[in-house]
Design a protein around this ligand. Structure first.
Ligand code: CMX
Length: 437
């Protein structure tokens, strides 16, 4: 019989708790780094003040999920029969346990999620009543907040659960929430952009195939593989990014997983974070229209980049707060494009941008990282298969991000992490601090 994911996490908790205790005992008063005034004013960039065990971002290598790079994850994690990509369910097992799941273990997560996939009537009504002009991300966060109605953690806390038991209902809420996300996300898509008709979960299909079918692209095996790839690579990017940190921060107040993740979604909806993927495609299409060709030349692209920068705007999809090389998530999507859509004119433009933009941004001299991030590539792939509505793209990012932030949230509660409360200062107090000296 397959050990369930919950059972495996339960087995690992004492081990992990002992490790954290030991690290705290041995190194508890060691200094992790210093904080400068510029860091306090500059978005806390580089301050080491949080623990996030599910993934770690290296400035040059990019993300590692529990120590594994994206190509390693793609090679080692099981794939469903007939699929070329591994699944977010398999990744969820890796993120929660640090162990590569067997095919049967990954399948057990798929089965759990499928069994839990249904929405309360009042939530479907709520989504259906949203005006089509309400941004899909706002509808998404609204629906996730509404799902909080059934939070097992909130109920258990109210009933007086002990601290050592917190992680159990947080795990259950997380699984329930993940199971419901494709239904919520596809409902928004089909209401806003399609015919308002809604499908059902196929108990025999994996999460990504189900999501692809609910969106209306289930016939294409390639699109289902694109969903698998997309949902795996956008899931986790260590703890400091806005969506991850927000989920973690709100969860630290013992807000349940629904409230915490809804808060994270609101951060993901910002144009400097997740919304950049919609901005990238909009910017490329504007460029094509303004130049008057689908495949602009290198010189035309260079000029367009300069006109964007000279008008005080950012080139979307380029730059990163931590990364200093091409994002491996960009490379994974580029590999997919080279395999399935090498002649797509938009992909060719994305490739030309890759040649030109880093040089322009370097010459511009502001950004610390002139290389593309994940958002520079996702739109072209989705568009190729007919998912052309850019305003929807961040919702897909949100579904994926849930796998990362919820797995860390389970560990936050399993390890009894404290409520977050960093110290803030006033400008006057900073001045006084140094003038005194
Ligand atoms: N185009 C133009 N200018 C850029 C730039 C870009 N792509 N990236 C950074 N810069 C500018 C910054 O605006 C900043 O300018 P000011 O000094 O005038 O404020 C300067 O370069 C230094 O910024 P940085 O330290 O290199 O980058 P930050 O850590 O401050 O910001 C990020 C990182 C991602 C917000 C920024 O690179 C950016 O705005 N990129 C475009 C938007 C984007 O692609 N966001 C998605 C990121 C991935 C994700 O979270 O999904």
């Amino acid at each position: 019989m397959v050990t369930s994911l919950k059972q495996r996490v339960a087995e690992l908790i004492p081990e992990k708790a002992a490790e954290v205790k030991e690290v705290k005992q041995k190194y508890g008063d060691r200094v992790l780094g210093e904080t400068t005034v510029n860091m306090a004013y500059g978005g806390m960039r580089g301050i080491k003040g949080m623990v996030w065990d599910t993934s770690l971002l290296d400035a040059d290598e990019g993300i590692r999920f529990r120590g594994m790079s994206i190509p390693e994850v793609q090679a080692a994690l099981p794939k469903p029969a007939g699929a070329t990509e591994t699944t977010p369910e398999a990744l969820f097992w890796l993120l929660l346990t640090g162990e590569v799941p067997t095919a049967a273990q990954a399948q057990s997560v798929t089965d759990e999620l499928n069994a839990r996939a249904s929405l309360p009537q009042f939530v479907t009504d709520l989504i259906d009543r949203c005006p089509n002009t309400l941004h899909p991300m706002s509808q998404f966060a609204l629906a996730v907040n509404a799902l909080q109605h059934d939070s097992l953690f909130a109920k258990a806390y109210h009933a007086g659960i002990s601290r050592s038991e917190y992680w159990g209902p947080v795990f259950e809420d997380s699984l329930n929430l993940l199971a419901k996300l494709p239904l919520v996300a596809s409902r928004i898509y089909r209401n806003v952009f399609q015919d308002g008709k809604h499908g059902e979960i196929d108990q025999a299909a994996d999460y990504s195939q189900n999501f692809a079918s609910l969106l209306g692209f289930g016939e294409s095996r390639e699109f289902a593989d694109l969903m698998r790839l997309y949902l795996v690579i956008h899931s986790d990017h260590e703890g400091g990014n806005v969506s991850a940190h927000t989920t973690h921060l709100v969860g630290s107040a013992l807000s349940d997983p629904y409230l915490s993740f809804a808060a994270g979604l609101n951060g993901l909806a910002g144009p400097l974070h997740g919304l950049a993927n919609q901005e990238v495609l909009r910017w490329i299409i504007d460029m094509q229209q303004s130049i008057g060709t689908e495949t602009p030349t290198e010189d035309q692209i260079r000029d367009y980049c300069w006109s964007t920068l000279n008008s005080g705007r950012v080139v979307p999809g380029y730059g990163h707060a931590v990364l200093r090389k091409t994002d491996p998530r960009y490379m994974a999507q580029r590999e997919f494009a080279l395999k399935y859509l090498p002649n797509d004119p938009l992909f060719q433009t994305v490739s030309t941008l890759y040649k030109i933009v880093p040089g322009v941004l370097t010459e511009h001299g502001k950004t610390k990282n002139p290389w593309p991030n994940v958002d520079a590539h996702s739109g072209v792939l989705l568009r190729h298969y007919g998912l052309v509505e850019q305003d929807y793209y961040t919702v897909l990012f949100g579904v994926s991000r849930a796998f990362g932030v919820l797995s860390q949230l389970v560990w936050d509660r399993a390890l009894g992490f404290s409520i977050e409360r960093p110290k803030s200062l006033t400008t006057e107090s900073i001045r006084k601090m140094f003038e005194k000296k």
